[in-house]
Design a binder for this molecule. Structure first.
Ligand SMILES: Cc1ncc(COP(=O)(O)O)c(C=O)c1O
Length: 471
């Protein structure tokens, strides 16, 4: 297997680095449904693996998105890194459930060792611990539960037993976050029964980082009538990759006795890159932090971690049972730290990826798209027809194409037109989002194949498509 090859569906497939294949088929949802329908035509008789293989090759693969192309510039997905894929295949062959010692002693011990090693790698204190989660969404959810549990303890009761009705006045409970926080925070407060009314969204500065002065003012205003039990910041926001300042927020949280959760699902990996490390100063002070190795590290989905500053905080998640995860078990049981009872062997792919590449290569891999986006931004600063929406902290840039003399009121539609055309062409993907009330184009560089050149090619296409727009 050479450097340009990957094993996919058990087969050797040439990576598309040097070849020009569509990034995904152009099929409409209806056409795709026709192609895929035979898969769900369940029959009494089985199919041979050869027949299944052909069906997959002909009918499914053309419709899958190729994250291994430099034109994939829209989302946080990456093709599996080679070392990660190697570990994932082994995990798959043994199909280990890593909940407790009884089902996978080796899997459990490796997970425990890996969690501790990850805490050290990111500079958390020796009392920290981590748990593997299925996604950042669940990590954020568990973190908010832990924060609420702590608040309940302050009020003198056990949240696990009494639930929300233990609070004298649950309508006082508030989570402070930024307007750019990922929507999973809404899921979290919904699932906790607090509802979205418990969220207060803080404004962002010109770089779309949380505005600490506004945070202080808001806290002062709220303190009389509300209980701010959690401040939720993001180190690498989904829309612009902006890194909220952790250190001043940690100080504020300490003063007001609030739990600090950091959503580092996308961005926290970049704290390993020396030139970017300063942006994450103070992150190790957070009470909890989530991070997704299944994003830019190319670890197969799902692979996500939730860290806590004090290992004993995971005790609030613990439910013992009589058949496993027993109170008296001396061995480690990862299933005591987060809810799933059947858990994938996610650790192995992360471990094999880091060991296969070595940390020097891992950091180079992380750094490369950051440098590309920085250079891209510098290039675009000189262009009069590109409106830049922020200075990039990490690997994302939002901008608007705004040809000279183009009417302001038509600009949103122009961005939509360019986006629709790019996505229809299937040579590249970008994304469309809204910042405040403006529709903007967004590009993401998640892997080293997305170079400055590849990003500049997108700009050429954006310009050409903007010219086609009929007002
Ligand atoms: C900042 C941030 N937080 C949380 C999430 C949710 O993570 P997941 O997709 O793993 O649930 C994302 C997803 O992109 C994200 O960008």
């Amino acid at each position: 297997m050479d450097e340009n090859s990957q094993i996919i569906s058990g087969k050797l497939i040439r990576m598309s680095k040097d070849t020009k294949i569509p990034i995904c088929s152009k099929a409409t949802p209806d056409e795709m449904a026709v192609d895929l329908k035979p898969f769900v035509d369940f029959q009494d008789e089985g199919l041979s693996l050869e027949a299944l293989d052909k069906m997959i090759e002909d009918r499914l693969i053309p419709h899958l998105m190729r994250y291994d192309q430099s034109g994939f510039q829209s989302m946080f997905n990456a093709f599996p890194e080679k070392g990660a894929e190697f570990g994932a295949m082994i995990a798959l062959s043994y199909n280990q459930g890593v909940t407790n010692w009884q089902v996978s002693p080796g899997g459990v011990m490796l997970e425990e060792l890996c969690c501790k090693a990850m805490c050290r790698l990111f500079g958390f204190s020796p009392s920290a611990d981590a748990t593997f989660m299925a996604s950042g969404t669940y990590g954020n959810q568990e973190a908010l539960y832990l924060a609420l549990h702590k608040q309940a303890e302050k009020e003198g009761f056990n949240l696990a037993e009494k639930g929300l009705k233990g609070f004298k006045d649950p309508s006082r409970l508030i989570v402070l976050t930024s307007k750019d926080a990922h929507f999973s925070i809404k899921h979290a407060v919904r699932m906790l029964g607090l509802g979205e009314e418990s969220l207060r969204f803080l404004p962002v500065d010109t770089n779309r980082r949380i505005d600490v002065n506004q945070m202080k003012e808001t806290i002062e205003k709220l303190q009389e009538s509300k209980d701010i039990f959690c401040v939720f910041i993001t180190t690498g926001t989904t829309s612009t990759g902006s890194v909220d300042p952790a250190l001043p927020t940690a100080k504020i949280c300490k003063e007001i006795g609030a739990w600090l959760h950091i959503d580092g699902a996308y961005g926290f990996a970049y704290s390993l890159v020396p030139e970017w490390k300063h942006l994450f100063e103070g992150a190790e002070l957070a009470d909890s932090l989530c991070w997704n190795p299944h994003k830019q590290l190319g670890i197969p989905i799902p692979n996500s971690l939730l860290f806590v500053k004090r290992w004993e905080d995971f005790g609030r998640m613990t439910i013992y049972s009589e058949y496993f995860n027993r109170r008296e078990d001396p061995e480690p049981n990862p299933g005591l730290k987060s809810p799933p009872s059947t858990r994938p062997f996610s650790t192995l792919a992360l471990v094999t990826s880091l060991r296969y590449q070595g940390m020097t290569k891992v950091i180079e891999r992380l750094q490369s798209p950051l440098v590309a986006v920085k250079e891209f931004y510098e290039n675009l600063k000189k262009e009069s027809d590109i409106e830049l929406c922020h200075q990039p902290d990490t690997g994302i840039l939002c901008f608007r194409i705004a040809p000279n003399g183009f009417p302001e009121k038509e600009l949103d539609n122009l961005q939509r037109h360019v986006y629709d055309r790019i996505m229809a062409e299937r040579d590249r993907t970008i994304s469309l989002t809204k910042l405040d009330d403006k529709v903007v184009l967004r590009v993401v560089a998640i892997s080293p194949i997305v170079t400055t050149l590849a990003l500049m090619e997108t700009i050429s296409r954006v310009r050409a498509l903007a010219k086609e727009y009929k007002k």
